[in-house]
Design a protein around this ligand. Structure first.
Ligand code: FES
Length: 115
C-alpha cells in the first residue's frame, strides 16, 4: 500500500528482532529490510558488495549485518563494508510508524532494472 512517498511493507512485529525479510522487486534486486535489537529498521539492496551474498540471511549486531557467505560486516546505516573491506550497497530511507514498516518508494524505482 502506498502512503505518499512511502510504501507499507508490513508490520514491524512480522520481522523478528535482529532479523530481516526481503521484498521482491519486479525485474530488480530484492530489498532486505532489517530490524535491529533497538527496533530500528533499515532497507538495503539485499546483495553483499563482496560477492552478492544474501545479507538478509546474515547476523545482525548493532546497526550492522555480517554477510552469511564470508562474514564481511556491512553497516545498515550507510551500506558500506566496515573494517578493512571496501564496498557499498545502496540503502533506502525506512521508518516505523504505528507499528508498520515503511520504506521509501524510491527504493523500488531505484532497484528496478530497465526492461
Ligand atoms: S559475499 Fe558477502 S562477504 Fe563475501
Amino acid at each position: 500500500m502506498m502512503i505518499g512517498d512511502w510504501l507499507d511493507v508490513g508490520a514491524l512485529a512480522d520481522i523478528p528482532l535482529r532479523g530481516a525479510r526481503t521484498i521482491a522487486v519486479a525485474d530488480g534486486d530484492d530489498i532486505g529490510v532489517f530490524r535491529t535489537g533497538d527496533d530500528r529498521v533499515f532497507a538495503l539492496v539485499n546483495r553483499c558488495p563482496h560477492k552478492d551474498g544474501p545479507l538478509s540471511q546474515g547476523i545482525i549486531h548493532g546497526h550492522a549485518v555480517s554477510c552469511p557467505l564470508h562474514n564481511w560486516k556491512i553497516s545498515l546505516e550507510t551500506g558500506e563494508a566496515l573494517g578493512e573491506d571496501k564496498g557499498c550497497v545502496p540503502t533506502f530511507p525506512a521508518k516505523v510508524e504505528a507499528g508498520r514498516v515503511l520504506i521509501s518508494r524510491m527504493a523500488i524505482v531505484a532497484t528496478a532494472r530497465a526492461a
